[in-house]
Write a protein that binds this ligand. Sequence first.
Ligand code: ADP
Ligand code: MG
Length: 320
Amino acid sequence: MSRDVILSIKNLSKNYELSGAFTRGKDVVHAVENISLEIHEGETLGIVGESGCGKSTLGRMIVRLEDPTDGSIFFEGRDLAKESSRALRLIRKRLQMIFQDPYASLNPRRQIGKIVEEPLRIHGMGKQERRAIAIDLLKKVGLDENSYEKYPHEFSGGQRQRVVIARALSLNPKLVVADEPVSALDVSIQAQVLNLFKDIQRELGLTYVFIAHDLGVVRHVSDRIAVMYLGKIVELAPADDLYEKPAHPYTQALLSANPRMDESDSRVRIILTGDIPNPINRPDGCVFNPRCPKAADICRTTAPALLQIGTRQVACHFPD
Ligand code: ADP
Ligand code: MG
């Protein structure tokens, strides 16, 4: 891809130390482990994996809601760890996050318009100007002007997520991390909201990191997709390549659990056995080995590096 790199992550890790009545000394959760990747201006990078694999932690670090334990994040070429708090405040405006639950993320006692313009108020913009921008944003996400005076309970889940999107756009961001933004919505509404994301991206030239737990949702919005397992990226590929020829056994398993509608799809269904391993007691060698149909001796002792193979990166001793 020839587009400029907007965000670059190097060897990023996040550990959580657990302490409490039920933990021995200090247990450490390796939520994200040594992830490096680049995100290009105007693209959508999908991030997929089962619950608990570290997607949200990675997303929160990207928008600086969370500090990494290790590694660095460069936004437009600047190392965010080395910026002054004042510079970081300005940079943060350009990095926005949208969360899964549109019910939890809107204050029920505030008017929709006030919710959308709140980030502008915090940044010191005057009343008239704020209102004009908020109304403009509401229209942009497909809501009408008189939504401004209404309250969250007057809206459906899909409409609320439109409000959340409008609020995230108020500070004119460059990069938006959307963390399972349609997971809480009815399937019939999901496609509309996904289309809205795409339309807005085209209009504003935004870059997206789009997180989902299943491959079906990210397929149509993503240019490239990273598959995560236990805090690591196991495969990263252009979206079409990933769906047509998944190389990692875990990607293959995720895809086969998510069969396509057409009957001609002859791929064998792979059922993953066993639970997702515990991120406190991770297996030696390849983190996927206890559930992998291909696991051999080397997989139990040696972690495979994420290597470039053609258009993709794969971390597997026996990639297809
Ligand atoms: P995902 O979004 O893929 O479901 P998360 O990033 O939320 O995964 O979590 C990754 C791992 O880190 C999980 O094991 C989770 O329990 C743990 N974790 C996340 N946030 C915290 C926290 N604040 N304190 C302790 N553990 C956490
Ligand atoms: Mg999550």
